[in-house]
Design a protein around this ligand. Structure first.
Ligand code: NAP
Length: 267
C-alpha cells in the first residue's frame, strides 16, 4: 500500500501544472483529495477526471487573501482530519525591479508566502494533537538563488523555505513531517501566469520553462520525496537542478552566471 493510500490530502494549485499532475497521481494512489485553487469550474473538471471522483472534494479559495481563505476553509472543512497539506499554489514574476509596483511584491508575498503560513497554521493544531501529519510546500530553486526578473518571487520563495525549516524544528518532537520541494524549470503555465510590473499576467511562455521537465515527472519525483519523508528536494534538469548546490560551494561563480545570463527579454 502506498504512503498516500486512504489519506486525506489538501492540495492547493490543483487546477493546473504540477498540482494537477500531483492530483492525478495521488488519486490513482488511493488518496482522498481536497482540491483548491481559485477556479471552481476547473477544479470540478479535475475532480471528475480523477480516479474515484466521489472520494474527492473541491474547495475554491483565493489565496491572495489568506485571512478570508482560512475563514472559508474552516467553514467547509470544520474539524475534518487532514493527513497531508500540500501548499503548491503559486504565482511567479517576470519584471525588472525598477519597473515593478510595490503592490506586485505584496501580491506575490500574499500568495507565495502568507497563504502558506496561514494554511499551515490552520491544520497544525490538529496535527500536533494527533501527533501525526505532513506539511509540504512547493518553493522553488528561486528560493535558493536570486535571479533577474524574479525579485519578489525570490523573496517569497526564500522566505517560505525559512518558514518550513522553523516549522520542521518546532514539530519534530511531535512526530510531524515537513517537506520543501524546490523545482527548477518545469514545463507548465507558470510563466504565462507570471505577474509583470503592473500586476498583469505575462501572457506568454518563457523558453526556460518550456524547455524544462514535464509537470508529470516533477509531480512523480515530488511525491516520492514526500513519501520518503525528505526534508528538502531539488527537482529539475541541467543548470536549474545544479544551481542550489553550486550556490552553496561556489557562490561567487553563481553570482557571475546569474548576472551574465540573458533573460528572454534581453536576448
Ligand atoms: N513551473 C516551474 O518552472 C516552477 C518552478 C519552481 C517552482 N514552481 C512552483 O510550483 C507551483 C505550481 O506552479 P505551476 O508551475 O504548476 O504553475 P501553474 O500551472 O501556473 O499553476 C499554478 C496553480 O496555482 C493556482 N493559483 C494561482 N493563484 C492563486 C490564488 N490567488 N489562489 C489560489 N490558487 C491560485 C492556480 O489555479 P487558479 O488559476 O485556478 O487559481 C494553479 O492551479 C508554484 O508554487 C510555483 O511557484 C514552478
Amino acid at each position: 500500500m502506498s504512503y498516500f493510500s486512504g489519506k486525506t490530502i489538501w492540495l492547493t494549485g490543483a487546477s493546473s501544472g504540477i498540482g494537477l499532475a500531483m492530483a492525478e497521481q495521488l488519486a490513482a494512489a488511493g488518496a482522498h483529495l481536497i482540491l483548491t485553487s481559485r477556479r471552481s469550474e476547473a477544479l470540478e473538471q479535475v475532480r471528475q477526471s480523477l480516479a474515484n471522483p466521489d472520494a474527492h472534494q473541491i474547495l475554491a479559495l483565493d489565496l491572495s487573501q489568506p485571512e478570508q481563505a482560512v475563514e472559508q476553509a474552516h467553514a467547509q472543512l470544520g474539524h475534518q482530519v487532514i493527513d497531508i497539506l500540500i501548499n503548491n499554489a503559486g504565482v511567479s514574476q517576470r519584471s525588472w525591479i525598477v519597473d515593478t509596483d510595490l503592490s506586485v511584491y505584496r501580491q506575490l508575498m500574499e500568495i507565495d508566502y502568507f497563504a502558506v503560513v496561514a494554511l499551515s497554521k490552520l491544520v497544525l493544531p490538529r496535527m500536533l494533537e494527533r501527533k501525526s501529519g505532513h506539511i509540504v510546500t512547493v518553493s522553488s530553486v528561486a528560493g535558493k538563488v536570486g535571479t533577474k526578473l524574479r525579485s519578489g518571487y525570490c523573496g517569497a520563495k526564500f522566505g517560505v523555505i525559512g518558514f518550513m525549516d522553523s516549522l520542521r524544528a518546532e514539530t519534530r518532537a511531535a512526530g510531524l513531517q515537513v517537506t520543501s520541494i524546490l523545482p527548477g524549470f518545469i514545463n507548465t503555465q507558470v510563466a504565462h501566469n507570471s505577474l509583470t510590473g503592473d500586476g498583469s499576467a505575462l501572457g506568454h511562455e518563457d523558453p526556460d520553462n518550456a524547455g524544462g521537465i514535464s509537470a508529470e515527472e516533477c509531480a512523480r519525483q515530488s511525491l516520492q520525496a514526500i513519501a520518503n519523508g525528505k526534508a528538502e528536494v531539488v527537482i529539475g534538469s541541467g543548470l536549474s537542478k545544479l544551481a542550489p548546490r553550486l550556490q552553496r560551494f561556489f557562490p561567487g561563480l553563481v553570482r557571475k552566471l546569474v548576472a551574465n545570463r540573458k533573460t528572454f527579454d534581453e536576448s
